[in-house]
Design a protein around this ligand. Structure first.
Ligand code: DAH
Length: 334
């Protein structure tokens, strides 16, 4: 029995593959296997030796099993390593077909806006996308239950926290953290509970704020910079100021450019008016300065939608296509 079993211990140790080991397992432990045959032989052995033989056989049975599973683990590890080596991909290899990436039209437009205002010495601030009620509404002269809040419904968290509906709260954050004079822009994502051809729940705005001593900042200053900026973005367009209302500016104005599609003739995009609304602006409301405890100052502010500008620059019809991540579509705007 000892010599016979010794031979199987050796075979297990020398097994070269998991399949080979499986064949050995069947030969040893199978119904017609070596161990079964040895147990069968026991029947003919003298009675007094039977229990000793059974004990020996059981000891061998469990140590053969241990050997077998140890060898299986070794073989599996070797096989895994072999296949990993064979299937390895050289990620550092140069690929002839690789294409250069490009900026998304929204980011490209945002960069252009930032470029203009940086050159005009405006600092770039980012603010927080998760805002509190005070910065997003209250301090901007939008008290609770003010009807103008209806146009900016958003996603709310606990404790009066919310996803900011515009970049205007960055005006507040900046004024609360530094003294005048201020000259800043705030590009970034904003959120609203809207979804249709011209609205997505997330979009981008650029906010602007300039504050200086009382009497130093006039609507004429604002008008000049808005015109200059819009000509920088759209080339030779007409610019028109229309009286409007924003809670945080007084007086307020909406600014239109002559339609980039029909050059002011009147078409589907400009609803036959020849004009396209492009941004909101105005002279900072005194209630905003009160909220941030600024005294003896004057200032102007403006806010614009980046997607809207990108669509006009690239003649894109549906706002949602900017967020679908369709490379074929986006490639056209490179
Ligand atoms: N916050 C406004 C909006 O989201 C845009 C805006 C208008 C910002 C006029 C301003 C401003 O700073 O003066 O609709």
């Amino acid at each position: 029995m000892e010599t016979l079993l010794k031979e199987w211990y050796d075979k297990i140790k020398e097994a070269q593959s998991v399949e080979n080991l499986e064949e050995i397992r069947i030969c040893v432990f199978g119904k017609k296997g070596v161990l079964a045959a040895e147990f069968a032989k026991m029947k003919t052995a003298p009675n007094e030796e039977k229990s000793k033989i059974a004990q020996d056989l059981n000891t061998h049975k469990s140590s053969l099993m241990n050997e077998l599973s140890a060898r299986r683990i070794t073989l599996q590890t070797i096989e895994l390593q072999k296949s990993m080596k064979a299937e390895a991909i050289d990620v550092s290899m140069f690929s002839v077909g690789s294409e250069a990436g490009a900026l998304h039209p929204v980011m490209e437009t945002m960069d252009r806006i930032v470029e203009y205002f940086s050159a005009m010495n405006f600092a770039v601030k980012t603010g927080n996308m998760v805002e509190d009620d005070f910065n997003n509404f209250e301090a901007l002269n939008l008290p609770k239950y003010h009807p103008a809040r209806d146009m900016q419904d958003t996603f709310y968290f606990k404790d009066e926290m919310l996803l900011r509906t515009h970049t205007s709260p960055v005006q507040i954050r900046t004024m609360m953290s530094q003294k005048p004079p201020i000259r800043m822009i705030a590009p970034g994502a904003v959120f609203r509970r809207d979804y249709d051809i011209t609205h997505t729940p997330m979009f981008h705005q650029v906010e602007g704020l300039l504050v200086d001593e009382e009497g130093k900042v006039s609507f004429a200053n604002l008008k000049y910079i808005m015109e200059d900026f819009l000509k920088y973005m759209f080339g030779d367009v007409e610019v028109r100021f229309r009286p409007s209302f924003f809670p945080f500016t007084e007086p307020s104005s909406e600014v239109d450019i002559s339609c980039v599609f029909c050059k002011g003739e009147g078409c589907r995009v400009c609803s036959k008016t020849g004009w396209i609304e492009i941004l909101g602006c105005g002279i900072v409301d005194s209630n905003v300065f009160k909220a941030v405890k600024y005294e003896n100052v004057s200032g102007y502010a403006f806010g614009l939608g980046v997607e809207r500008m990108a669509m006009l620059i690239h003649h894109i019809g549906d706002l949602r296509s900017l967020f679908e991540g369709d490379i074929k579509l986006l490639e056209q705007f490179q």
